[in-house]
Design a protein around this ligand. Structure first.
Ligand code: TXA
Ligand code: MG
Length: 313
């Protein structure tokens, strides 16, 4: 079911066509293989979380072919310009302030006001990004909690049957993920990786902070900027109270103001989730009630997000 594509013009055109259709394609980068989907499409990004079996909607890295494309998604200050021109394309990811007009799916950024961007150097990744012509969200192409893949065979072992295709570009040279440098506020090493921290410090001419930023906890949902509805949220509601806005799931929730998926499709529900919470908050006078969501597959990530929305604050 999962096609293995050649890393030539024919294979890349096929891969780009699948991405345009909202399907998932794994592809090589110099760090590890990425599991790519159209970063502007809620459904494609929801499919990424589903294929990986991720229990949470963590923000994903957005891949673009060059700095010009990156500047259309995020605001670059002098520091960002300096490290980007020194290390892109390459194994470096920058977390930068998101442009309001970037057009990315809210699922990619987990509704943060920042975005993680990478320009990979691998010629096959470059070829795919150019053939596709848009931003590609890509976590490592392995099931959640498993080791990152550095060969097409590793991708197949973990995800065969769950994704449309993998472009076989041989073994990844770096073999561990990109270094993530946070440049929202003070420069901070968010994840060690393919480019040593000392090398970044030399380029920036200053030491990097490390560890989580106490002012900006990295877990989405703890962040002040992370969206939580103003209305109170109650979960697992099968019989809504009068006056509450009811968010339904599945065909039995007739009368729901909003239905995450009429057919009970968890991918569709995930794609609609953030928009649904905002819309319900706009409609609600005080209370949002949400129908039970099955706690398997993507339902676990949906329920994780709903529990955060419902937590006392
Ligand atoms: O080498 C790599 O970086 C690979 C290849 C495929 O490019 N990608 C990768 O993606 O490792 P992923 O999704 O496994 O890692 C994304 C990391 C997560 O730790 C996430 O928390 C962080 O990036 N991240 C994404 N957006 C962020 C943001 N706005 N603020 C802070 N951290 C962010
Ligand atoms: Mg990973």
């Amino acid at each position: 079911m999962t096609e293995r594509l050649t890393p030539d013009a024919t294979g890349l055109a096929q891969a780009a066509g699948l991405l345009k259709a909202g399907d998932l394609v794994a592809f090589p980068t110099e760090t590890v293989y990425g599991l790519g989907g159209d970063a502007r499409s809620d459904i494609a990004v929801a499919r990424i979380f589903e294929a990986k079996g991720r229990p949470r909607f963590n923000p994903l890295i957005v891949h673009v072919p060059d700095i010009a494309a990156a500047r259309r998604l995020a605001h670059f200050d002098d520091r960002a310009e300096r490290v980007a021109s020194a290390f892109w394309p390459g194994p470096l990811t920058l977390v930068l302030p998101l442009r309001a007009e970037a057009g990315l799916s809210a699922l990619v950024t987990a509704e943060l006001t920042s975005v993680a961007i990478r320009v990979p150097a691998h010629p096959v990744a470059q070829g795919l990004l150019r053939a596709f012509g848009g931003p590609v969200a890509a976590p490592s192409a392995n099931p959640s909690g498993r080791v990152s893949p550095t060969r097409a065979d590793h991708v197949m072992e973990g995800l065969s049957g769950r994704i449309a295709a993998v472009v076989d570009g041989g073994a990844s040279a770096v073999g561990l993920e990109s270094t993530i440098l946070g440049l929202v506020g003070e420069a901070r090493l968010l994840r060690p990786g393919g480019i040593p921290a000392e090398v970044l410090e030399a380029c920036l001419g200053m030491p990097l902070l490390t560890g989580a930023d106490p002012a900006r906890p990295t877990a989405p949902g703890q962040l002040a900027s992370h969206y939580a509805p103003g209305a109170a949220v109650r979960l697992g509601v099968t019989t809504p109270s009068s006056g509450a806005v009811w968010i339904g799931f599945g065909p039995d929730c007739r009368g729901a103001a909003i239905n995450l998926s009429e057919t009970g499709d968890l991918v569709e529900a995930a794609a609609n989730l953030f928009h649904a919470l905002r819309e319900a908050d706009r409609l609600a006078f005080g209370v949002i009630e949400v129908a039970p969501i099955p706690d398997h597959g993507l339902g676990r990530a949906i329920n994780d997000r709903l529990r955060r929305a419902a937590a006392p604050r």
